[in-house]
Design a protein around this ligand. Structure first.
Ligand code: ATP
Ligand code: MG
Ligand code: FE
Length: 348
């Protein structure tokens, strides 16, 4: 199955062609136009600027994805577009474009949940088998999920306040590291030693698998005001990165113990933008090994937003006959474990 995927839920205009066969997923093209330069001056994504930029870029980006894949529209089996969650002005651009292509070429439309895209993204690098335990750590989400298959997931835990990526971004901003903060903070941390900073540890001893990063965010942002030298900043960055890694590991460990009681095959996947962080990847890989789980993460380029993951989720849905009506609506909010919505995304 060959699917064109479109992603416009935040500040990347992306299009990709993915072919799914018995031997796995093959990315034929993946084009990403980042709007970082347009938002950097504002220290974060401005929804109105994002939506306008998607309108300008989507046609060129989609055409480039088709030409780089070297196939004609006639070779496509479907068109997948992110239908939410995200900034609805942007989501509507990609979804409308997908509808237009589907109508013009007589192709099935597949409305994809952006988070489901992240959930399957590790499969773009290597074959992963369902079911698996997933830690989804992105700019807007921090969740532990049991993933039994496409459209069949249940949530084991979630953040009660901020997402991990959001914590990275806000703390980096307070430290004057610019936007987006995660990669900048990781770079800074490389030359730091965070042992002199004491950061709060949230939810210690809680028996669930939830997360909380707002206390850490507040404390680190306050400490950022006391940093005078670059070394101070590097040390704080290291402390922050370790604190986030530690909480992710502590809560994931709880989920692993529960998951292992109910499953024979133990596979663990981490996905989402924060999965690009090497310290966090490494901490989680060690944790997986300790508890007898296989470890999988998407190739670096597919951790942050891209359309290959949307095309793949679309192809997996198409394989199961899970296509969408042409009047499917864009959804600013769309929980991943909302079973009916995932079986039939027509919710108006
Ligand atoms: P969501 O998927 O929840 O809707 P999003 O699409 O904005 O949110 P992603 O694109 O998956 O999020 O990830 C972006 C986030 O990942 C940002 O918060 C960014 O700071 C963080 N991030 C990216 N690279 C790194 C890194 N190397 N270290 C830490 N965080 C990182
Ligand atoms: Mg982004
Ligand atoms: Fe994302």
């Amino acid at each position: 199955l060959t699917v064109l995927g479109l992603e416009t839920s935040c500040d990347e205009t992306a299009a990709s062609v993915v072919r799914l066969s018995a031997s796995g997923a093959e990315v034929l093209s993946s084009v990403i136009h980042s709007q970082i330069d347009e938002h950097a001056a504002f220290g974060g994504v401005v929804p109105e600027i994002a939506a306008r930029s998607h309108v300008e870029m989507i046609d060129g980006v989609a055409r480039r994805a088709m030409s780089e894949a070297g196939i004609d529209y006639a070779a496509l089996d479907g068109v997948a577009a992110t239908a939410g969650p995200g900034l609805v002005g942007g989501v509507m651009v990609g979804l409308s474009y997908g509808k237009a292509v589907a109508l013009a070429r007589g192709l099935p439309l597949i409305a994809v949940n952006h988070l489901e895209g992240h959930a399957v993204s590790a499969r773009l690098g290597a074959e992963t088998t369902y079911p698996f335990l997933l830690l989804l750590v992105s700019g807007g989400h921090c969740q532990l999920l049991e993933v039994r298959g496409i459209g069949d997931m249940s949530r084991l835990g979630t953040t009660i306040d901020d997402a991990a990526g959001e914590a990275f971004d806000k703390i980096a901003k307070a430290m004057g590291l610019g936007y987006p903060g995660g990669p900048a903070l990781e770079k800074m941390a490389a030359s730091g030693d965070g042992s002199r900073f004491e950061l709060p540890r949230a939810l210690l001893g809680r028996k669930d698998c939830d997360f909380s990063f707002s206390g850490l965010k507040t404390a680190a942002s306050r400490l950022a005001q006391t940093c005078e030298t670059d070394q101070d900043k590097a040390d704080l960055a290291d402390a922050v990165q370790k604190a986030i890694a530690r909480q992710l590991a502590e809560r994931t460990e709880r989920a692993m113990l529960a998951y292992a009681e109910a499953h024979e095959a133990l596979h663990f996947v981490v996905a989402g933008g924060v999965a690009a962080n090497k310290t966090i990847r490494c901490t989680l890989e060690n944790l997986a090994t300790k508890h007898g789980f296989s470890f999988m993460a998407p190739p670096m380029v597919y951790c942050t937003d891209n359309a290959a993951m949307i095309a793949l989720a679309g192809a997996e849905r198409l394989e199961k006959g899970l296509t969408s009506d042409i009047d499917v609506a864009a959804r600013p909010r769309w929980p991943l474990d909302e079973a009916r919505a995932n079986a039939d995304p027509v919710h108006k």
